[in-house]
Design a protein around this ligand. Structure first.
Ligand code: UT7
Length: 332
């Protein structure tokens, strides 16, 4: 069975930039504190009325154009997001209609920061099985729609944006190792309360009270999530490398979820991986939840840091708790 490989990547962010200095005017915080504790300098924030499907469409259109693949040839669209335009229909359906992917089916994947990495593997399985030839995997969030900009615990870290990739079967006879190699995914529901959005679901449908109590915004116990992330990210990375007979030395590029620079550097240190191999763009974009990995790939490609044949290690940690590491041989 051929491996699934990424043949195109497109990243998008809304144009408006909100700097730490802008946040200083809104909440009790400082640029120095945010930079020191998170590594973030700025984030992009969507204008009112700009939706997740708008940005997904933009990313997907660019992604298909780069790959020279017609929208009508797309078989499946998976949208990883926790900020769908609406609870139903799925954002994948809105994107399918706008792109004109007449024969595609699709669905949304809602697992926060691990959304993209999980969707990538699921999309890859449909390629590997032979069922599909073109799978669009989109990871994107408009976090500003669910963030309380008076809560300094959360509003300083999140941003809007993401990207799309196109998966195809690797039919290169002399490059059979290109594509998705292995994954380790886990969830731990014990962490559920540490990062959640309490209202708007069946547990707490929207009422005047839920709105007044700001229950429709993300709540985070930052310290608890931080501890889990700094432990789990290197643990899964080492595990996936070991079971493939590899070490950190074999990895050419490490693409971690961008939640906090301290989580990234601590994972790299524990794997004894020099920061030159690590893609970091959190300073520019903040934490875009399901959007960080495609945005990071986009940055890496733009900087010429991802090349054909590179062994790439992805890792993500987030709400749920959910965690994942994925290995891939880059193909273009
Ligand atoms: O992608 C989803 C997964 N999420 C994550 O991975 C996030 C993980 N957590 C984090 O990144 C960090 O916990 C935060 C960036 C959210 C917070 O950083 P921290 O170093 O854990 O800060 P803290 O909550 O322990 O607060 C330390 C101090 C406190 O003051 P005292 O009690 O020591 O006097 C806070 O009140 O910093 C204060 N503080 C702030 N000060 C200025 C908390 N937030 C801010 C702020 N500006 N925005």
């Amino acid at each position: 069975m051929p491996r699934a490989k990424i043949v195109s990547v497109a990243g998008v962010v809304p144009p408006k930039v909100v700097t730490n200095y802008d946040l200083e005017k809104m909440i009790e915080t400082s640029n120095d504190w945010i930079v020191e504790r998170t590594g973030i300098h700025q984030r992009h924030i969507a204008e009112k009325g700009v939706t997740t499907s708008d940005l997904c469409y933009e990313a997907a259109e660019k992604c298909l154009a780069q790959a020279k693949v017609d929208a009508k040839d797309v078989d499946l669209i998976i949208v990883a997001t926790i900020t769908p335009d609406m609870l139903l229909p799925a954002t994948a359906c809105l994107v399918q209609k706008r792109l004109g992917c007449n024969k595609a089916w699709g669905f949304d994947m809602s697992i926060a920061c691990c959304g993209f990495i999980y969707a990538l593997q699921v999309g890859g399985e449909f390629i590997k099985s032979g069922a599909h030839k073109n799978v669009l995997v989109i990871g994107l969030d408009v976090m500003s729609s669910i963030i309380d900009f008076t809560d300094r615990q959360t509003c300083i870290i999140f941003g809007d944006g993401g990207g799309a990739v196109l998966l195809q079967p690797n039919d290169e006879k002399d490059n059979e190792d290109v594509g998705l190699i292995d994954f380790i995914f886990e969830v731990d529901g014990n962490g559920g309360d540490s990062l959640c959005l309490p209202a708007g679901g069946s547990k707490m449908p929207a009422t005047q009270e839920t709105v007044e109590q700001k229950q429709h915004y993300v709540k985070q116990d930052g310290k608890v999530v931080f501890k889990y992330a700094t432990r789990k990210m290197p643990e899964l990375c080492v595990q996936i490398l070991e079971r493939n007979g590899l070490t950190g030395d074999d990895v050419d590029v490490f693409i971690p979820h961008q939640a906090n620079l301290r989580i990234i550097t601590s994972a790299a240190e524990r794997m004894k991986m020099p920061m030159e191999k690590v893609i970091v763009n959190i300073g520019e974009f903040g934490n875009t939840t399901a959007g960080t990995l495609p945005l990071a790939m986009h940055s890496a490609l733009k900087e010429g840091r991802l090349k054909k044949g590179d062994l790439v290690l992805f890792a993500s940690i987030g709400a749920g708790f959910s965690a994942g590491a994925l290995l891939m041989r880059w193909g273009y």
